[in-house]
Write a protein that binds this ligand. Structure first.
Ligand SMILES: Cc1ncc(COP(=O)(O)O)c(C=O)c1O
Length: 365
């Protein structure tokens, strides 16, 4: 579909902020390279950066230090390290559906299997414990959670989080919590799974969304369990040996001196979220929740005779609007489309005008 998109296509496809990283981080990156930071680093990464990350999370888990953090080349790399560390052939991992498409494949790469649990529209895209209980079996080693979620934008309340933690604790599962959108939150504070009473946990994070650095490829794994972090460091060594040298100084600079950057970006995303949700909910046959995080909406869009893939194709071909079919995120995505509102408000309005027209044409109105 990306190949089919023309110059005039309105793009709601890609999950990356349309902002540039903080200028001071770019300067720090250049300076670090000029100063010779162009070498391998230790596998776990720059100690000052690891300490800074540990400090940022210490309000939830007080004893964190640099040995609780491993810098990786992106959240994707962080996820792979974690799967490699805990999944053996025959094991399965509870994975939310709809899901970020890498999760099931990471389980498969390790010889394991995804064990999907539903996050249904009717329950605000949050799972029920009954659904989880009905899926767990003797080979289940971990529960993966992703809030705010890609593709739904859903967040969890404290009590929903506590129920999920209780479930993981009861069955002695690892929690893999993907919190790469923790700084893109609209209403309440971000609800983390860290510090919720279960330290058998890996937190995945990345600077891709926080500082609009998707192309820089830098992220981290954090766990309160220091022994587990030794295993993560081994996996990181086998996967990429270490992360980027100069870039770690640039990220540290952003964390130290551009800490308000994500909230500024977030204010703009919130305006866009309101705009796109209002437009979508005003269209016949379309309904969406108002997401509290990330930069995605995952509306139900129903047109007789079209599944989500056919619908996304028709919207692209007839209307010049690129969105993702819900089934790109698993079968449970059938009947939905995903829109990433990573374009300005004029672009969103233009895209919504076109969408409205195509949908009424497809319905023969
Ligand atoms: C839920 C989720 N996790 C992880 C990632 C990976 O991010 P990155 O590899 O850029 O750090 C993404 C990227 O879109 C994502 O949406």
């Amino acid at each position: 579909m990306f190949d089919m998109a023309g110059d005039d296509t309105v793009q709601f496809g890609l999950g990356e902020p349309d902002f540039q990283p903080p200028k001071l981080a770019i300067k720090a990156f250049n300076l670090a390279m000029e100063q010779g930071k162009n070498k391998y680093t230790t596998t776990a990464g720059l100690p000052q950066l690891r300490q800074k990350i540990a400090d940022e999370w210490s309000h939830l888990s007080p004893n964190l230090g640099q040995s609780n953090v491993c810098i990786t080349m992106s959240g994707t790399n962080a996820l792979l390290d974690v799967f490699l560390a805990i999944v053996n052939p025959g094991d399965n991992v509870l994975i939310p559906e709809p899901y970020f498409p890498l999760y099931p494949q990471h389980a498969v790469i390790c010889g394991g299997e995804p064990n999907f649990y539903p996050c249904n529209f009717n329950n605000g895209f949050v799972p029920t414990i009954d659904d989880l209980e009905s899926r767990i079996n003797d080979n289940t080693v971990a529960l993966l959670v992703n809030f705010p979620s890609n593709p739904t934008g859903a967040t969890v309340s404290l009590s929903q989080r506590d129920d999920l933690v209780k479930f993981a604790k009861k069955h002695d599962l690892w929690i893999i919590t993907d919190e790469v959108y923790d700084r893109i939150i609209y209403n309440e504070e971000h609800v983390s799974f860290l510090g919720a009473g279960h330290d058998k946990l890996f937190l995945i994070n990345s600077f891709s969304k926080t500082f609009a650095m998707t192309g820089w490829r830098i992220g981290y794994v954090l766990s309160p369990d220091k022994d587990a972090m030794i295993e993560i460091n081994k996996m990181q060594y086998y996967v990429t040996a270490c992360s980027n040298d100069a870039m770690q100084y640039a990220v540290l600079e952003a964390m130290n001196n551009a800490s308000d950057y994500p909230s500024k970006m977030c204010s703009e995303f919130k305006l866009r979220r309101d705009l796109i949700c209002n437009r979508l909910n005003a269209m016949p046959g379309v309904s969406c929740h108002i997401p509290d995080g990330a930069f995605y909406v995952f509306p139900k869009v129903e047109v007789d005779g079209y599944n989500s893939e056919q619908l996304a194709l028709a919207i692209l071909e007839k209307g010049g609007v690129l969105c993702s079919p819900g089934t790109a995120f698993g079968e449970a995505g059938e009947g939905h489309l995903r829109f990433a509102y990573t374009l300005d408000k004029d672009g969103i309005s233009k895209g919504m005008d076109r969408l409205e027209e195509v949908l009424s044409e497809l319905r023969g109105e």
